[in-house]
Design a protein around this ligand. Sequence first.
Ligand code: ATP
Length: 191
Amino acid sequence: MQRLGLFGGSFDPVHLGHLLVAQAAREELALTRLYFIPAAQSPFKPERTPTPAQERLRLLRLALAGKDWCEIDDQEIKRGGISYTIDTVRDYAARFGNTQLFYLIGADHVAQLPKWREAGELAHLLEFLVIPRPGQHDVPFPVPFRGRALAGFPLGVSSSQIRARVKAGLAIDHLVPAAVAEAIRNNRLYL
Ligand code: ATP
């Protein structure tokens, strides 16, 4: 049975924390493929207008170049509006039979899972893979969700920190792949 990983987020911008998690998930769960699925608009960040999707996609393509087990899925961007995980997961469940689906989430999201749209159906369709984040203690998995935690150490990198550092004129080269840092500079993003 093939095992697919789904990694949703704003990716505004993608950073080394995301890539570290991707690699760990692939190795720990022997994933066949991992799909990066940038949201059009995250339901969790209604107050923030994301950077235009084409820019976020460009940075993702640069970050994932050469990783043939990673794929970018732009279905949420194409659908537009608020991106609900259940719509995306239904699409995967319909397209891939006899497949185990794993959805990656940061530890900061676990307690809120019962509030996700169509939570019961979502819990039925896949297993969650929890990514440790600094300052976040182990949160028990709310019923009826199934999940397991990724081993590995939490990395204190976030997209909001990167946006704030660019705005403040501080270096980001240690937080994103070199090609992503260069594209952020060349396209004058996050100023
Ligand atoms: P922001 O700072 O803008 O809130 P973010 O860095 O949390 O963004 P997202 O694109 O929203 O990035 O994250 C997508 C997913 O990756 C989320 O489930 C998030 O919890 C997780 N994630 C992001 N950064 C890390 C990190 N450094 N370590 C582990 N998980 C992370």
